[in-house]
Write a protein that binds this ligand. Structure first.
Ligand code: TYM
Length: 338
């Protein structure tokens, strides 16, 4: 049977990139899952602290992110939804895997290189937790014996690392204790920033207008899309290489508008050609708003409901603890720790 696992950092309200690139797939997988499929989704708060966080802010984000996972349509009865730090088995497996993980491989990871680009000569500032981030991510996946991991494009390298570490561990142990997971990349695998369409939409970009949050109002969505960076070339064409801003808007239409989802982006561009950019942006804003509105409305009710959120988190912790214990005992056995 399939085991689906994925995670998101509780470092702010998820944005449209998180939603289209990952969360929407999580819900689809849940709703289409065979009865014997297990679905496990984690708020990876231990990954969040690889960057310095304000404690009160983090507390708030953890709660808000939990409410958001319910608001997008995850059902805590069907799926296991939990805070990573509530299940210590993730850290235990991480340590065991750390004893196999190659520092050379970790040093070549894109995220490490990007996040430390300015600090190369200052090793006192380079943190071990950020360096070993992919080992914890591998532990998240492997401790539940996940077979499939739905993510956006930027996580592909971490998933490759997880497979490598699982296979490496199995080779050392001499039998298949760990499951090497398959990556499920969403169709909307890379939603770009509205302000700098050469970069992906991200929670950490300085300019809040570069991203649409799942809590944004209709006005905010309209305003951000109206100000989205495009180009001054003539006509409307779909060309992600030469016209990344415009192509990103066409992608957004494709992934949020019912009719536009039935045709490909090149055809959408043809149908839009002749329209002023202002009107096209209004169409995109309307489509994004109708995709987000029901989520925003459910979120507003859920985030006020502490009792419901606490219950769901406790239930998730219980189910995830049970799931992780099954694998961890096999691994401990395999390495002689039991
Ligand atoms: P995180 O929190 O950065 O992002 C959560 C999910 O959103 C996807 N995503 C995007 N997809 C398309 N376009 C974008 N602009 C965009 N931005 C983000 C990400 O690919 C991801 O799927 N390391 C992970 C969290 C993690 C994890 C795991 C994931 C920890 N352990 C185990 C899977 C399995 C992260 O930081 O995702």
């Amino acid at each position: 049977p399939k085991v689906i696992f994925s995670g998101i950092q509780p470092t702010g309200i998820p944005h449209l990139g998180n939603y289209l690139g990952a969360l929407k797939q999580w819900v689809k997988l849940q709703n289409e899952a065979a009865p014997d499929t297990t679905l496990i989704y984690s708020l990876v708060d231990l990954h969040a602290i690889t960057i310095q966080q304000d404690p009160d802010q983090l507390r708030k984000w953890r709660k808000e992110s939990f409410a958001m996972l319910l608001a997008i349509g995850l059902d805590p009865e069907r799926s296991t939804i939990f805070h990573q730090s509530h299940v210590p088995a993730h850290c235990e497996l991480m340590w065991i895997l750390s004893c196999q993980a190659s520092t050379g491989y970790l040093a070549r990871m894109t995220q490490w290189k990007e996040k430390t680009a300015g600090e190369k000569d200052n090793s006192a500032k380079l943190k071990l937790g950020l360096f070993s981030y992919p080992v914890l991510q591998a532990a998240d996946i492997l401790v539940h014996g996940a077979t499939h991991v739905p993510v956006g494009h930027d996580q592909a390298q971490h998933l490759e690392f997880s497979r490598q570490i699982a296979n490496g561990f199995n080779t050392v142990i001499g039998r298949n204790v760990l499951v090497a997971p398959e990556t499920l990349i969403s169709p909307a695998k890379r939603v770009m920033s509205l302000k700098d369409p050469s970069a992906k939409m991200s929670k950490s970009h300085k300019d809040a207008k570069s991203r649409i949050l799942l809590t944004d109002t209709e006005e905010e969505i309209g305003e951000k899309i109206k100000k989205a960076m495009t180009d001054s070339l003539d006509g409307i064409t779909y060309d992600p290489e030469r016209r990344p801003g415009l192509s990103n808007l066409i992608d957004l239409l494709h992934y949020t508008d019912e009719d536009a989802s039935k045709i490909d982006q090149v055809t959408i561009a043809k149908e839009l050609s002749g329209m002023p950019l202002r009107i096209i942006k209004e169409k995109v804003a309307t489509a994004v708003e109708s995709a987000i509105r029901p989520i925003r409305e459910r979120y507003q009710a859920l985030v006020e409901n502490d009792a419901l959120l606490n219950d769901a988190a406790a239930r998730g912790c219980e189910k995830a603890t049970e799931s992780a214990a099954k694998t961890l005992v096999k691994i401990k056995n395999a390495v002689g720790l039991s």
